[in-house]
Design a protein around this ligand. Structure first.
Ligand code: XMP
Length: 324
């Protein structure tokens, strides 16, 4: 009979058989639940012959690289290397305002950096890395079979075809028969911290598509700080698990305000929070007014460069979840 406990045992055996007694495996982690669960499973199966790589692309959440390092390395015993490639990504994003171009640049730079950094990881006995771990879920498998056309560009970071060919790697996808709720259950059983297991999804292009217009280090910093305050307040209010996804966007417009007796002229933050079962349609979350008031006041007071906060009350459709 099929239980998650059985699944873990069978999958660990299957991985061991597939990889054999000496081969090495590499995989990218993002700080999200899928890649963390896949990495933990791999670590249970083959220990340090699995190499996890976190590429800091400069558009991750506040302190994300350090938090992932702590949770995965220190907490879960995963053999993780963090690569700070933020300058490289932000250089390539200079002057770019088109959302799809941002996605392409981040996707391509990711593949480039991953290949380069993977080549630096040399297994002890001089062997090459043979396998690539992917945290692909069943819905991703279905999506990549059934969708052709523009929607293919949506998940550029899932496009690992290049890595497989250039690096001559074989693919391992231990989660490819599971749905999201099953992956979460699996994560709990593997001892992954509750907060990580229940984390909201975060797009591959990250804060680059939440800084509208040109992405610069200082704009990313503003968006990041505002987002952090917003999520912190959502958690404090006990609302995090009632919301499917929440984040702050930094708008490329300035607005007049007043602080003390000074006139200010600074940017605008838009807050988004949605409830959805499948992300194809979504409703905006009905926060109470006191909550919104508190978040707005904290953001304007604590984040330099922001003078006004708005709340997005558009459903999907016609709006998308992300602003770009
Ligand atoms: P939209 O904006 O299309 O978002 O309504 C639906 C879900 O997809 C996520 N999203 C992305 N995820 N790369 C990703 O990995 C992307 O380019 C991307 N664009 C949107 C979005 O965060 C939401 O969960």
């Amino acid at each position: 009979n099929w239980t998650m406990e059985n699944f873990i045992d069978t999958e660990i055996q299957r991985i061991r058989q597939l990889v054999g007694p000496t081969a090495e495996v590499i995989g990218a982690v993002s700080g999200g639940v899928d890649s963390t669960v896949a990495s933990k499973l791999m670590t249970e199966a083959i220990g340090d012959r699995f190499h996890a790589l976190l590429v800091d692309n400069g558009v991750l959440r506040l302190n994300e690289a350090a938090i992932v390092k702590q949770t995965l390395c220190d907490g879960l015993g995963i053999n993780l290397t963090v690569v700070d490639a933020s300058d490289e990504f932000l250089d390539k994003l200079k002057g770019v305002t088109d959302p799809e171009k941002k996605r392409k640049i981040i996707g391509n730079t990711f593949i480039h950096v991953f290949e380069r950094e993977a080549a630096k990881i040399k297994p002890k006995d001089g062997k090459e890395i043979e396998f690539l771990l992917q945290g692909t879920l069943y819905p991703d498998v279905i999506e990549s079979i059934s969708f052709k056309g523009p929607s293919q560009t949506i998940k550029t970071h899932h496009n690992v075809g290049g890595l497989l060919e250039d690096m001559k790697l074989k693919l391992i996808e231990p989660l490819r028969e599971l749905f999201k709720d099953e992956v979460r259950h699996l994560g709990e059983l593997l001892g992954i911290p509750h907060d990580l297991v229940w984390r909201h999804p975060f797009p591959g292009p990250g804060i680059a598509i939440r800084v509208l217009g040109e992405v610069t280090r200082s704009q990313v910093e503003i968006a990041r700080k505002a987002d952090h305050i917003y999520i912190e307040e959502i958690k404090k209010a006990g609302l995090y698990n009632k919301i499917s996804q929440a984040f702050a966007c930094l708008l490329p417009v300035k607005s007049v305000g007043v602080m003390g007796d000074q006139r200010t002229y600074e940017q605008v933050i838009a807050l988004r929070a949605i409830e959805t079962s499948d992300f194809m349609t979504a409703d905006w979350f009905p926060f109470d007014h006191d909550f919104l008031k508190k978040v707005a006041s904290r953001i304007v007071n604590e984040v330099d460069g922001v003078a006004r906060v708005t709340y997005d009350i558009t459903s999907k459709p016609p709006a998308t979840v992300e602003w770009e």
